[in-house]
Design a protein around this ligand. Structure first.
Ligand SMILES: *Cc1c(COP(=O)(O)O)cnc(C)c1O
Length: 421
């Protein structure tokens, strides 16, 4: 559920008319709803309220500081995957003891940054990383709290580019090796083992893969405790999917997911951490774009938008489906006809949808891509020297630009022409 609904035929973001924001900010732009972000965070928080827990928002999904502060002020922790994300979370006011550091290749510099600034835990991904982490912690005279990410070899049944829990994926250590790796971790002097981490993939639309993975984590918890390790925290990752198309069956809700967590690992008495990204931010954001031209091709009509693949890469990268709706609602009697919806970038891959049934649209009309809040703005690039799309946030009847559109000069002046040229 989100707060982008039609009122009197006009698409609203909470209580603000989307067309009004477009007139003030220009297009394209990303638009986020505070109420939707908070609601999704609270759904997870309530779903785990049967025990001690922390919902750590996976900020790689949408990392504007206004989003981080909104969630952080509500009590959320953050899951970060780079030094830059760590710095951004801190800048948004999230305390270090609510920041979890994930990521496959943490460098010494990133580790030092987090140890000095304060960290809740590192989710260790490999033995070499574990040894470096221990050395850096020792050199600073501190103990680094860790979980070790295990790869449970479970099929997440999602798109191959976002599956992470099979043995062929680069993530985590094979669960069969876990006891040996924990034994080594316990011997390393800079580390304090506190728990287990698992994350099997993104956009999961069924609970079964989670269930299989969490059962394996429960078994491993008992084994590791029997080996003498303190396992007091389980980080169960993110990955719960969202409905991108209204016609599809809706994925399970956070409530169902929370009940599953309780059923599989609730008896272990551990503090539970989860790292949802997409489900918190996905439906809390839209991308608003304007039709530049309607072009009649050979037997097909193209809707050429001012938004492009560099602004929203998901259709090109993951074959993702986004609902695209007119900002001014079409008359109920309006006839739908198929359009190829494309951007102006010089790539055939710059296609958002083929043969999409849309009401009649003309040059200058506004459209909105729904469910664009996660893995949207954060994956944008300046390909074709197109300025990064600005970001706007609404809260009730107010809105604010939370990232400005850069000018051409700002983009161009980042280049330096060498003296000898
Ligand atoms: C990407 C990622 C997440 C978030 O995944 P979502 O599908 O957005 O919920 C959580 N944890 C880790 C380690 C990740 O890499």
């Amino acid at each position: 559920m989100d707060h982008f609904l039609y009122r009197d035929g006009r698409l609203m973001a909470e209580d603000v008319d989307v067309a009004e924001i477009a007139a003030s900010v220009g297009t394209p732009f990303y638009l986020y709803s505070t109420a939707t972000l908070l609601r999704h965070y609270q759904l997870f928080d309530e779903a785990l309220s049967w025990g001690p827990h922390l919902v750590c928002y996976a900020m790689k999904a949408a990392s504007n500081q206004a989003i981080l502060k909104t969630l952080g002020d509500a009590g959320a922790g953050m899951d970060v995957v780079s030094g830059g994300e760590y710095a951004r979370a801190k800048a948004a006011g999230v305390p270090g003891d609510r920041i979890v550091f994930s990521g496959v290749g943490k460098t010494e510099e990133e580790i030092r940054l987090a140890l000095e600034g304060g960290i809740r835990q590192f989710n260790v991904e490999s033995e070499p990383e574990m040894r470096v982490l221990s050395q850096v912690a020792e050199s600073l005279g501190v103990l680094a709290p860790i979980t070790i990410r295990v790869n449970p070899d479970v099929d997440a049944k999602t798109h191959a580019k976002i599956a992470t829990g099979k043995s062929e994926n680069k993530f985590g250590i094979p669960i069969a090796k876990a006891r040996a790796v924990y034994a080594e971790a316990a011997r390393l002097r800079g580390l304090k083992v506190i728990g287990i981490d698992v994350h099997i993939g993104s956009q999961l639309t069924q609970l079964e893969p989670f269930e299989l993975a969490y059962q394996k984590v429960a078994e491993l918890t008992e084994q590791l405790r029997a080996d003498g390790h303190e396992i007091s925290r389980l980080d169960l990752g993110g990955g719960l999917g969202i409905p991108y198309a209204r016609s599809n069956e809706a994925p399970p809700l956070p409530t169902d997911y929370g009940a599953l967590v309780q059923r599989t690992v609730g008896h272990l008495g551990c503090e539970i951490e989860i790292e949802p990204g997409r489900l918190i931010a996905g439906n809390a954001g839209i991308l608003v774009s304007r039709v530049i031209y309607v072009k009649e091709g050979e037997g097909r009509k193209f809707l050429i938008l001012d938004g492009a693949m560099n602004d929203l890469i998901r259709p090109a990268m993951y074959d993702a489906h986004h609902e695209i709706v007119p900002v001014v609602e079409a008359a109920a009697a309006a006839e739908l006809s198929p359009y190829d919806i494309v951007g102006p970038v010089c790539e055939s891959g710059d296609t958002f949808a083929k043969g999409r049934l849309m009401p009649p649209l003309s040059d200058g009309d506004l459209v909105a891509f729904r469910s664009a809040g996660a893995y949207g703005a954060v994956m944008a690039s300046e390909y074709n020297t197109r300025p990064l799309v600005p970001e706007v946030m609404v809260n009730g009847d107010q809105f604010a630009v939370i990232r400005q559109r850069p000018t051409f000069d700002e983009i161009i002046n980042r280049d330096t022409i060498p003296e000898w040229l």
